[in-house]
Write a protein that binds this ligand. Structure first.
Ligand code: RIB
Length: 311
């Protein structure tokens, strides 16, 4: 087996305040909940943990506050085997996410960025050596866009695959300035980034738009439905997912992204990496919170084998 390459993750760390309600509140409405759970979350940390559990070494660049939450978070990441040398501890609060989930599993998330907003372009530049040694660079949009752009530039210069999960969507992101090898989106994000619903357009128009945005592979996750891939090929790829009965979908997209990055950095084919990522995403919906239920490599492989045998 070849030695696993590292994944550089540039992203957020949050404390998730998680409540369940019957129905989500409408604007101006107050809804009571009888539950409150605190979990560690943040798209960056969730994705870093997902890639780490697939066996990748992680270069995690981010920031926590110098509060109790931040200190405990760093200890937990160390326990997970993630190097915390590139996570800054800055004055102020660790990021927080206020998550409300209704009885159908639909959720609403409000983020208070806290320390995540301190991650600057200069901070990333100072990590050029570490980023240049990675097998893949993975970023999301819960940290300043300038830091994601800088990391992508470094990766582009070094021919390292750039994987971007543009969540929460940022309309003004200058896609043309970088080459994105893999753009990981859900259906809503796909239409926001492209400006139209790709599944309702001719393939040639989708390809033209991807060319304009300098995106090589557009990967659209669709909950329990097949993941779609649009690229320079003549067909849209459909990669099936594991059928599950979700109890909490928060973090499923992050498990998908982290697992995908780990597998791509390891030299696996696009199809194999996506089959594994679909599996990791689906399994993460079977437990509460974003990080605890993220599966390890062995569990994903067992499910992939099982799926292959049943086909
Ligand atoms: O993707 C799930 C994550 O989004 C949560 O952990 C929360 O912190 C928000 O960032």
């Amino acid at each position: 087996m070849t030695e696993a390459k590292s994944v550089a993750v540039i992203g957020s760390l949050n404390i998730d305040y998680f409540t369940r309600v019957g129905s989500l509140p409408a604007p101006g409405e107050t809804v009571c909940s009888d539950s409150l759970n605190l979990f560690r979350g943040g798209k960056g940390a969730n994705q870093a943990i997902a890639a780490s559990r697939q066996g990748s070494e992680i270069i995690f660049i981010g920031a926590v506050g110098n509060d109790e939450h931040g200190k405990k978070y760093l200890k937990a990441l160390e326990k997970e085997g993630i190097d915390i040398a590139h996570i800054d501890s800055v004055k102020g609060n660790t990021g927080a996410a206020f998550i409300t989930v209704d009885r159908s599993g639909e959720n609403m998330i409000v983020i208070s960025s806290g320390a995540n907003s301190s991650l600057t372009r200069e901070h990333i530049k100072a990590k050029t050596k570490q980023i240049s040694s990675a097998g893949a660079v993975l970023g999301q949009f819960e940290v300043p866009i300038s830091s994601i752009l800088e990391a992508a530039r470094i990766a582009n210069q070094n021919e390292i695959p750039v994987i971007i999960n543009p969540s929460p969507v940022e309309k003004s992101f200058p896609w043309q300035e970088i080459r994105t090898d893999y753009l990981l989106v859900n259906e809503y994000e796909a239409s926001e980034v492209l400006g139209f619903e790709p599944w309702n357009k001719e393939l040639s128009l989708v390809r033209q738009r991807l060319h304009e945005l300098r995106v090589e592979n557009l990967i659209i996750t669709r909950g329990g439905d097949d993941t779609l891939v649009y690229n320079r090929g003549d067909e849209v790829l459909n990669i099936s997912t594991l059928p599950v009965l979700p109890i909490d979908t928060v973090g499923a997209g992050d498990a998908f992204a982290g697992c995908f990055a780990a597998r791509i950095s390891n030299g696996e084919s696009l199809e194999d990496a996506l089959a594994a990522a679909n599996c990791a995403g689906a399994l993460t919906t079977l437990g509460a919170g974003a990080q605890n239920p993220i599966p390890d490599r062995e569990r994903v492989d067992q499910h992939l084998e099982h799926l292959a045998q049943s086909q």
